[in-house]
Design a protein around this ligand. Sequence first.
Ligand code: FE2
Ligand code: FE2
Ligand code: FE2
Length: 420
Amino acid sequence: MNILSSELKIKLFDMVLCFSRALDLLHPEIADHHLRVAYIACCIAETMGFAADEIQNVLIAGALHDAGAASSATRLRLLDYALGNYRLDGSKIQEDIHEHAFKGSELIKDFPPFSQAASAIRFHHVEWNFGRGREFAGVPVPLTASILYLADRVAVMPMKDGNILEQAAEIRRAVGTDTGRWFMPEVAAAFQEASAPESFWLDVTYPHKEAIIVDRFGAHEIELNLDALHELAKMFRKVIDYRSPFTATHSSGVAAVAEVLGQHLGFSSADSKLLRIAGYLHDIGKLAVPSEILNKPGNLTEAEMLVVKQHPYYTFRILSTVPGLETINTLASLHHERLDRRGYPFRSREIPLGSRIIAVADIFTAITEDRPYRRGMDRARSFEVMDQMVLDGAIDGGVAAALQQNYDAFERVRNLSQER
Ligand SMILES: [Fe+2]
Ligand SMILES: [Fe+2]
Ligand SMILES: [Fe+2]
């Protein structure tokens, strides 16, 4: 592999923005939601005089705030909820609105650069309630959470058809009416100031927001080295796998097996680490697949199968927005390709060795891991399956042999990585 892993330089914001976009691929109704919230929240924070490094936490929190909402049904209900207080009949959504907030903060809090964002996400649905919202269940609510709360409400209010500049005054009025009751007065005042220019509203509804956000709020940009990227990918892995209890540790298994396969096949330890990162991220495109399909008990219909089949394409598209991530992207997104060009979605002619390793690690993990509805295959059965795939020209015989010759070791590696 001609990977210069030692020279790897990835920007943290690029990773955050790409993941944020990935979270919104789930449904056209929510397209852009996370970045919209991030943008509005950052504008408010800037107006309130936050320092550049504090704005960075606001950006991260906005970009990932609903990461704990696993299903498309929940995501759509959240839009509804955010509008709920503006409904004439005043009806409330019967659901613990804080559950996804708590889950989201749990998922991301162990990555140190995200710890502040995590505590804001935890409380992003706490209403101000004339000051009672300073605390929630005895815990102080961070200011960033109050900012997110307002940003989330405002983000869903613009109607798709119609000129945003015609709607702006009405939205500003609605926020004014609910200040104190729903919104913290200082945050609401900053919002009124930040949202006075027309450009604010045009930015809010502009579809390609990455550049706007980075240009304006990217001053405190952090670069990730290989180890930091590894930690970040491991954290994203949790969000990816969390959406499906059937495969709750699948990407951990693929990552660990791929790294050790790389070592057996002569990759340097840094390049093997890239394989591990690619393993964590290979199914990131599944964020675009409704969890109702991922978790369907029983067989998928033809149409549902075609939805699942899109995921490696989305893995590729999501990762390709990050400069510097090209090699990892190639490793990650070709995992359903076959050497005989009968795989998908690219039917690639060239499949680099590293990508073949991820493909074998994926297959091995998938067939040997236990799932709620079936036991994993034993050694003999998994040998049969892999041998047949080599014969069919689907997977690389050398990679499969490396795994089979050290089967017990790989089985241990997989088991350990998938322990919960
Ligand atoms: Fe939310
Ligand atoms: Fe939201
Ligand atoms: Fe996959």
